[in-house]
Design a protein around this ligand. Sequence first.
Ligand code: ADP
Length: 621
Amino acid sequence: MEKHQFQTEVNQLLDLIIHSLYSHKEIFLRELVSNSSDAIDKLKYLTLTDDRFKTLPFEPRIDIEFDDEKQETLTVTDSGIGMNREELIEQLGTIAHSGTKNFLSQLSADGKKDSNLIGQFGVGFYSAFMVADKVEVETRKAGEEQAYRWSSDGRGEYEIAEIEMEKPGTRVTLFLSEEGKEFASRWKVEEIVKKYSNHIAFPIFLHYTKTEYDDKGKEKSKTPTVDQINTANALWKRPKSELKEEDYNEFYKTLAHDTEDPLLYLHTHAEGTLEYTTLFYIPKQAPFDMYQVDYRPGVKLYIRRVFITDDEKELMPPYLRFLRGVIDSEDLPLNVSREILQHNRVLANIKSSSVKKVLGELQRLALEEPDTYIEFIKQYNRPLKEGLYSDFGNRDTLLELVRYKSSSEEGYTSLAAYKERMLPDQKAIYYITGGDEKTLRNSPLLEAYRAKKIEVLIMDDDIDEIVIPSIGTYKETQLKPVNRSDAGEDLKDGEDKEKEKEAQPVIEKIKRALGERVKDVVISVRLADSPSCIVLDENDPSMQMQQLFKAMGQSEMPEIKPILEVNPNHPIVTRLRDIEDEDFINDISVLLLDQALLVEGSQVADPADFVKRLNKMLARL
Ligand code: ADP
């Protein structure tokens, strides 16, 4: 017998499960059954594809037993692939997946705020400790002789001992705690299995004692009984007409380890040149690891109902990585290698039709159930925007699906709705990027647009700035950033020429004073209340982008200088006309530049210098 310590993260996870999932105690059974089902899936695959296993007697089944007298134990036994010593240590003593680890470390830092997400990463096996004081796992790996018993009370340590087992498979015994006793009941187990595991593709048998009574109500006989309690067919293979929303929802919870119903499901049987079935779900809450590079893919691949993999990121495009579900193909050979999977024409076909289906369903949702669609957008707007960039073929559809905030509308708007609201002579769709929502809404660049009642899209997602320029137009209308030098087109009117002439001498003064600090100083047509603002040459990256590049260590980037726009009607600017004091002009010019940088959310070049000049001005008052 050997003693081992749990990895720190396992202890954290155990702690979290016990404290945040106690109102969902019953899911422990769903998790154990789902592990058993996965294990049988794996062995089934080997018996079909690997010569060493083809002759192995294999009867896929899951058995649940409990002692109804004392209510002390509950066991779940499967004829699956089993685990050897190394796997026991690896799978039940550590958390191998770094995404889960990261998530856990963040959690402990800022409390339990995301505790409803923890179901999603498959609390799995450890949930057994919600109902048990001690858990034993007896297991023998298929193809190996030696069996092992793993046992733990879930408090930091576990033990592994060698034992003998006749057949490969795994038997998990829970020594029920006070809170767990209620689960040593025929009705309870049957209820939970029906609810969550009815469509597990293998038979689940419940062992219990049937008691019979005579007509006087006296106990007549006690018979040990075994009943199959699930329907044991792959849910996705059943005709849609036979399935109720509830069936779909419960299947989802087992599949995605979620405690909530999904936001949406989409079930497709395709026949014709290719025959396959897909069942996709969108979780209500975005998966916790959606923004991690090593996120876990959520779509499982089956071939003629045999499980092939749940670890293939290319089954669906990365921007749809929040999808959960199943692809089951009739046309692929069972032993496809990973390399073949990635370049397979059949799969590529299924993938592209599936993407179209999913996007089509989202369009329907946006149209018919706008409130639900906004729920969707709140979680998944950003991955869809990645799609704008990466999925050229579906760009037009994606452009209809993404949503943006707006200077004149509440909530979110679509590009189509913006276009409908455009003024009769408005030439472009205007947007502002490069900062958080508040900074953007307060930007002086918006003043003149507001005055002319031109709507501006507030694009506060960091990827907007990269994605939108790559799109260029929406249905023949140009998308124009307001912080670019040429975006003022719609704002100009006849008086401007006159004003420009008048203000030219002032502009020259400021230009001389600022010298190398700016690319140019020009008269602004877009400012109403503010004296100055920063714009960029059409193709230059924004100030925020430049700072981002710098932060990423790209110091070699040539410095890109801003263009200073000056409001010719502002009192500060009009006063400059009559001033000749070089020093004074200098101070004002630098302050005009620095304040424009500040409202834009950028840093001033030299804060001490800024304050010094400001104080000098104040003193002059
Ligand atoms: P998950 O199922 O999400 O991977 P679990 O904590 O439930 O997380 O299980 C961890 C791992 O332990 C599984 O991935 C599997 O490799 C192994 N495992 C758990 N239960 C069984 C079982 N009944 N048979 C074989 N392997 C199992």
